[in-house]
Design a protein around this ligand. Sequence first.
Ligand code: KIV
Length: 283
Amino acid sequence: MLKNTFFKKSIKRGTKYVMLTAYDALTSRVLEAAGVDFILVGDSVGMVLLGYPNTSCVTMDEMIHHAKAVRRGAPKSCVVGDLPKKGVEKGPKQALLSAKRFRDEAKINVVKIEWGKDCLRSTESIVRQKIAVQGHVGLTPQAVKNATGFRLQGKTAVTALKIFKQAKAFESAGASLLLLECIPWQLAKLIQENVSIPTIGIGAGPYCDGQVLVFQDLIGMFDQFKPKFVRRYAETSAEVKKAVVGYARDVRQNRFPGLGESFSLDAVEFEKLRLAVKRGQTR
Ligand code: KIV
């Protein structure tokens, strides 16, 4: 169970947890209404929404801006704030300050930290301040420079053992949750069986305690590339494009707006107006 003042849910093993990303209030409102367990304000916002080539460009100020919007749309949800590279790269002191900003400015319940330099000391100092942490191992996008770097991790016994040890180390440092990204399902299962905290997978097979997807992948809105582990439950990119093409056609052919979509002036008022214009009373 997460010991965290801001965390209202009890987290136990044996349940399947549903996590999805959101970067704005419009989306988080829908996710809360649909009853997802966790909303992740991922630094994937950099690539999905902000047009950056990688997630490392994202600043802490940008994360706070999006996290506040997500919280406004989903006041009751358990929201996870992703610590961006620029919010942790200077070490545990900076990581703690960033975690506190998430908690105090955006009312976030949990912070996520990717495996990397100082991540364990950062986790320990954040946990000491009673802020819950989700450790992220396997494919860690902050270590990736461009789209070609998004590859399966832990393909050999040696590299798989490294990831296994990282997961265990996060648990020992006090993390309350783990995120396993893009690793073979056998490795994810082995980790799930050997840690006491819930594992949330993305591209890590069916044996995790929960699953996470980027919302824009799930609805087929992000169409730059589709990782093997994504299942699209809708094709909104095509639908949205169809809508925009229809709108453009109607505007160009003067078929939008119609009078039914316009405001009408009272006939008497219009007659007065027309006469005033006719008499030249326009100044
Ligand atoms: O930033 C993100 O969206 C993530 C994914 C693993 C969901 O970390």
